[in-house]
Design a protein around this ligand. Structure first.
Ligand code: CO8
Length: 254
């Protein structure tokens, strides 16, 4: 479910999510594999940075796997949201080495939340980004409601989340959601160039910088988000939203 390689010259680990037929949607196995691999990397001093991307040229990650959580109860949904944050999303945010997302296509829902967890985001010119959860009768459950406002401001985050709209790479760059936009063929090269710049810095200093910058944003919002996310699983509109997606039709919300 994930591919792994190392670029020795840049001292970088490159992880690709490998479920292209499902647009690299995050299921439990992908989350576990990513989490385990990050644990290994954390303890490998020769690796100084990490790049996360998706296999293929259509999707980075098109979200959490809707088929996997469609029948969840509130309790299970809260648990999934919280455990995902601990296992993966917060692990990336607080990782001691810089993590870059190479956004090679759709970054939607949990996929954009994965990118929001990384420290630097580079998009290909064909990337499309959004938090479409409200159009499924849900809200983002992997810290999107917390991190998106931190990155682009409350004003624009409200609009993106409440309208569920997707934006293109150029717009994402204009509003500061991604650091750079490059052609798809140059995406990895651009990320590796940034990884090389880390060579001129001290690893301990980078770890301390990440910790210090993140400390500004620690609050209880993540718990509120998980609770609100789970509560929506009881609603008829959630069932309608998910059924509409699976039946490839527009939802008809009450
Ligand atoms: N989950 C499961 N399967 C998916 C997902 C997904 N998120 N996205 C795409 N797929 C599957 C499709 O079902 C389809 O499978 P199949 O061939 O078996 O029917 C395959 O990938 C290809 O997708 P499409 O045929 O839909 O491709 P299109 O090019 O027509 O459309 C889109 C591409 C626009 C990206 C479309 O696939 C789409 O809208 N996907 C869903 C996007 C979305 O709503 N993402 C948010 C999901 S919810 C979420 O992420 C919640 C995060 C918080 C979770 C917290 C804990 C659970």
């Amino acid at each position: 479910m994930i591919n792994y390689k190392e670029n020795q010259e840049c001292k970088t680990a490159i992880i690709e999510i490998n479920r292209p037929t499902q647009l690299n949607a995050l299921n439990n196995k992908v989350i576990t594999d990513l989490s385990d691999k990050l644990n290994d990397i954390e303890h490998t001093p020769s690796i100084r940075s990490v790049i996360i991307s998706g296999v293929g040229d259509k999707a980075f990650v098109a979200g959490a796997d809707i088929k996997e959580f469609q029948d969840f109860t509130t309790e299970r949904a809260i648990e999934l949201s919280k455990s995902g944050k601990i296992k993966l999303f917060n692990k990336i945010s607080h990782f001691s080495k810089p993590v870059i997302s190479a956004i090679n296509g759709y970054a939607l829902g949990g996929g954009l939340e994965l990118a929001l967890s990384t420290h630097i985001r580079i998009a290909s010119s064909s990337a499309k980004l959004g938090l479409p959860e409200c159009s499924l009768g849900l809200i983002p459950g992997y810290s999107g409601t917390q991190k998106l406002p931190q990155i682009i401001g409350v004003n624009l985050a409200m609009e993106m989340i409440l309208t569920a709209k997707m934006i293109n790479a150029e717009e994402a760059h204009r509003i500061g959601l991604v650091n750079h936009v490059v052609e798809q063929d140059n995406l990895l090269e651009k990320c590796l160039k940034i990884c090389k710049l880390f060579h001129g810095t001290s690893p301990e200093a980078l770890s301390s910088a990440i910790k210090s910058i993140n400390s500004c944003y620690l609050n209880e919002g993540d718990d509120v988000e998980s609770r609100e996310f789970g509560a929506l699983f009881e609603t008829d509109n959630f069932k309608e939203g998910v059924n509409a997606f699976l039946q490839k039709r527009k939802p008809n919300f009450n």
